[in-house]
Design a protein around this ligand. Structure first.
Ligand code: SF4
Ligand code: SF4
Length: 519
């Protein structure tokens, strides 16, 4: 704790550009850099932080509890992927939290006020603030450490509040601030305007027709549709998510689903979660306002990570009344009649739950042999796994569309899954060393199943994973590709009126064609 922070290049993200903050009225927009001596803080920055500290202690009982109850047993110490990959002690969850807890003790406990350092307390000074910023943005809020804490302390929650403090001073990172500003203004992280969003899906229509011989016809902003579909914009604009997006389009077409896409609520992800509770609430609201405007009965959500954390962990109290006056109701599958009771409150169903239900009721014609060239493993994305317990559905789907599925070691999957290394807004280009180090434990487990079973495909249900894992695999396990689950689903689907299929959605030969050529 006494060692001053050493801010290293490639281990942190660039500071946010002032224009991003202005869009959402966030404080202290200015040009600054973490490598500068002077971070150009407001004169009363300590007062701002201390007022916010007191406010959060009053508002969030968990935060107060987590400040008080850690017994420093160390059970969490070696559970963080950033500690494993960097060997930096301040990346141990217990120490990361202690950076903030020490200031709490000094200012909010009698022992800390009287005994100071002896009670593990310290003053908040410029060096401590810089240390906060550096290590709060080296935590991907993955919550793996909380699984191992005997008291259930969730260090991610401490990071979330800590980042709120930094945001009040204008200390953000551009890879979070830019998506927030874009999402607020145009409805998605990438700032894609409605016509460009539609053009991309039209491009996918052509691609799908070329591969399958079937023309799919999505609808946009259609009032009176039964279902509104919302997915992360990464699926629409970045490979390999684009193949997953094509998978959704094929699935909806084949089912004849009464579903519409929105070019306004065109983002499932919510980077507000990485800035403040208020921003998260504002960005979450757009999905429900669009559902209300279009008069849909329920929302189907694509393969995303933190979107589902926000829906499952915050909606009940954050935007609980937003569906009032809308036609939203408890979601029911129009194909199987299944009531999704877990979505009764949120009115939003995860697409792997929806598809697993279809498969269970024999509503899809599947030929898993079409995926025979891939030996697949599944990366449990942190948020669907730990924040919503979505463990079985994706596996059930994959096992029905692929013949070769292999699990990574049990201590690296399900609730104990390792982060991709780029969650919570850390998926920038400039912090590549941090990402490669943080992703090491996940990559190591993929390497294990690659060496043992020949696994060559890492599937996942998160758009950030699909953006982060390809680089990670290229660096640590170059033999493994990355895909979404609905890419595998669509590749295995036998479509009404399809032409003889020789290639998959990536326009690469199917396994049997390769075999035929080999013969
Ligand atoms: S496991 Fe829990 S109680 Fe033990 S050091 Fe970590 S946070 Fe503290
Ligand atoms: S939440 Fe994840 S990244 Fe943050 S300290 Fe815990 S294990 Fe590390």
């Amino acid at each position: 704790m006494q060692t001053p922070v050493d801010i290293k290049p490639a281990m942190h993200c660039y500071a946010c550009e002032p224009a991003r903050l202005k869009v959402v009225d966030f404080p202290n927009p200015r040009v600054w850099s973490a490598m500068d001596e002077d971070w150009k803080l407001p004169k009363n920055w300590k007062e701002i932080v201390m007022d916010a500290f007191k406010d959060r202690l009053d508002r969030f009982r968990t935060f107060k509890l987590f400040m008080d109850i850690c017994v420093r047993c160390g059970a969490c110490a070696d559970k963080c992927h950033f500690f494993i990959g960097s060997a930096d002690p301040k990346n141990m969850p217990v120490l990361r939290a202690e950076l903030i807890r020490s200031v709490y003790r000094r200012n909010f406990t009698a022992a800390g006020k009287v005994f100071g350092k002896l009670a593990g307390a310290r003053d908040l000074d410029y060096g401590v603030l810089k240390e906060w910023w550096y290590y709060l943005y080296q935590c991907s809020e993955c919550r793996r450490c909380s699984v191992f804490c005997p008291y259930g302390i969730d260090t991610a929650d401490i990071t979330i509040i800590g980042r709120e403090f930094t945001n009040l001073l204008g200390l953000n990172i551009d890879w979070i601030a830019a998506p927030v500003a874009f999402c607020y203004r145009t409805g998605n992280h990438l700032g894609i305007q409605p016509h460009a969003y539609k053009s991309m899906l039209e491009f996918f229509q052509d691609e799908i027709e070329e591969v399958t011989g079937v023309r799919v016809e999505p609808s946009y902003n259609r009032k009176g549709a039964e279902i509104l579909f919302i997915t992360p914009s990464g699926d629409v604009f970045a490979d390999p998510g684009t193949y997953t997006c094509m998978g959704y389009m094929i699935l909806f077409h084949e089912l004849g689903l009464d579903v519409t896409w929105s070019t306004y609520a065109s983002e499932g992800g919510n980077f507000g979660l990485f800035t403040s509770h208020e921003m998260m609430k504002r960005l979450n609201a757009k999905m429900y306002m669009e559902a209300k405007r279009l008069g849909v009965k329920w929302i189907l959500g694509g393969e995303c990570g933190h979107m589902w954390r926000v829906i499952n962990q915050y909606m009940a109290t954050m935007n609980y009344d937003i569906a009032e006056g809308s036609k939203l109701e408890e979601p029911v599958s129009p194909l199987t009649g299944t009531k999704f009771e877990s979505a009764k409150g949120t009115k939003m169903v995860h697409i792997t739950e929806f598809t697993a239900d279809l498969i269970k009721h024999n509503k899809l014609k599947l030929d898993p042999k079409r995926n025979d060239k891939v030996k697949v493993t599944f990366h449990d994305s942190c948020n669907p796994a730990r924040a919503m317990g979505l463990l079985e559905e994706p596996r059930y789907v994959i096992k029905n569309v692929c013949n070769h599925f292999y699990e990574m070691p049990s201590t690296t999957i399900r609730e104990q899954t390792f982060c991709c290394g780029g969650g919570s807004g850390l998926n920038a280009g400039e912090d590549v060393e941090l990402r490669m180090r943080g992703g090491l434990p996940r990559a190591n487990a993929v390497k294990f199943v690659h060496d043992k079973y020949g696994v060559n495909m890492l599937s996942c249900i998160c758009a950030i994973d699909r953006a982060v894992l390809p680089d990670l695999m290229k660096y640590w396990v170059p033999e493994a590709g990355v895909c979404g689950v609905h890419e595998l689903v669509a590749n295995a689907m036998v479509l009404e009126g399809e032409k003889e299929k020789t290639v998959d959605l990536r326009n690469e030969p199917l396994a049997e064609t390769e075999d035929a050529e080999d013969v």
